[in-house]
Ligand binder design. Structure first.
Ligand code: PMV
Length: 337
């Protein structure tokens, strides 16, 4: 599997949360306030190779063929420092990452990115970690990345609120969620592929610190998760959609109430939401979810995906629409970066 000692390549897919992660209780360890639950996709993989290099100097990080700059580069180096520390190694790394999803557009490029980096870097530095430990590690890069370690549906446990940092870290990882037979599709409407106005990191911080709606949402999200697990367990896609949509709208309500407000939803988002409502009135179990950006992901039965995609295209002609399904977890690949 591994290319050679000191070198590895991994592939990971983004995931879309049906119960959102929004708000940290510990910024350094990336511990969330609430549990979250997602579906890993079969589109937009990230492929990352990590090769250890001799000699002193900074890590060399290439993102889609260009040297990583600024915040992106710093986050990757900080993550590699964590891996080096766990492995008791000091070599610098040469990292090459290829994302097939627009970076920073609220389409979870950080989830596939840090999941792939965790798997590749752990292997390159000789860390022998199981999926749970890799999920914990990926979490330190970007919270949502913890869930991309697993295919299909995954739940990320917030972990214990009390106890030591080590206890909290150990308890905060993702794992697969048992589901009955479901044949879901996620119709993704990229209404604007540009970078977001406020990073999710900053938006979460502001929401937790200033939004009077944050605590009530976090409390209701706990109930949503219980209902979501039950709906997945009985294969009730309509209930899954209903719960996902209300959880996402609630998350956006918390940030609209932050001071100053964070608003990721655009006119095109709302136009698509109207169309989703019309689809429901026409008897199609289509439900929307949005993340830290204006793009809309519509959950529906796979059998209805084409009809939903056509309707969304018609409503937002300037958007790019594609149909995704449940995808695989992060894994090492033979491909040479
Ligand atoms: O992992 P981050 O820091 O990119 O946060 C992602 C947060 C949301 O995408 C908005 C919700 C989620 O659970 O993925």
């Amino acid at each position: 599997e591994q290319d050679s000692p000191g070198s590895a390549t991994a592939v990971a897919h983004p995931n879309i949360a049906l119960i959102k992660y929004w708000g940290k209780r510990d910024e350094r360890l990336i511990l969330p306030v609430t549990d979250s639950l997602s579906m890993t996709l079969d589109v937009f993989p990230t492929t990352t190779s990590v090769r250890l290099a001799a000699g002193a100097g900074p890590d060399e990080v290439t993102l889609n063929g260009r040297p990583a700059e600024g915040e992106a580069g710093r986050r990757i180096t900080a993550f590699l420092d964590l891996v080096r520390q766990s492995a008791g190694r000091t070599e610098r790394a040469v990292v090459d990452t290829r994302n097939t999803v627009p970076t920073g557009a609220g389409l979870a490029s950080s989830a596939s990115g840090f999941a792939a980096l965790a798997v590749a870097a752990a292997a390159a530095y000789g860390l022998d970690l199981d999926a749970t430990a890799l999920s914990r590690l990926a979490r330190r890069g970007s919270g949502s990345a913890s869930r991309s370690l697993f295919g299909g549906f995954a739940v990320w446990h917030a972990g214990p609120e009390h106890g030591t940092d080590a206890d909290a870290d150990a308890g905060s990882y993702a794992e697969p969620v048992p589901t009955a037979a479901l044949d879901p599709a996620l119709v993704i409407a990229v209404v604007n592929a540009g970078p977001k106005p406020v990073s999710s990191r900053e938006a979460m911080r502001r929401t937790v610190d200033t939004s009077p709606l944050y605590r009530p949402w976090a409390a209701s999200s706990k109930d949503d998760l219980v209902e979501m697990r039950a709906a997945l367990g009985r294969g009730d896609l309509t209930a899954v959609g209903e719960i996902a949509e209300r959880n996402a709208l609630g998350m956006h309500a918390t940030m609209l109430a932050a001071r100053p407000a964070v608003r990721y939803l655009s006119p095109a988002t709302v136009t698509v939401l109207d169309r989703v409502l019309q689809l429901r009135q026409a008897g199609i179990a289509a439900y929307a979810t949005m993340d830290a950006g204006p793009n809309v992901k519509v959950l529906c039965p796979r059998a209805d995906a084409q009809r939903v995609a056509d309707a969304v295209r018609d409503a937002a002609p300037d958007s790019t629409v594609l149909v995704a399904g449940p995808g695989p977890g992060a894994r090492l690949s033979d491909e040479d970066g």
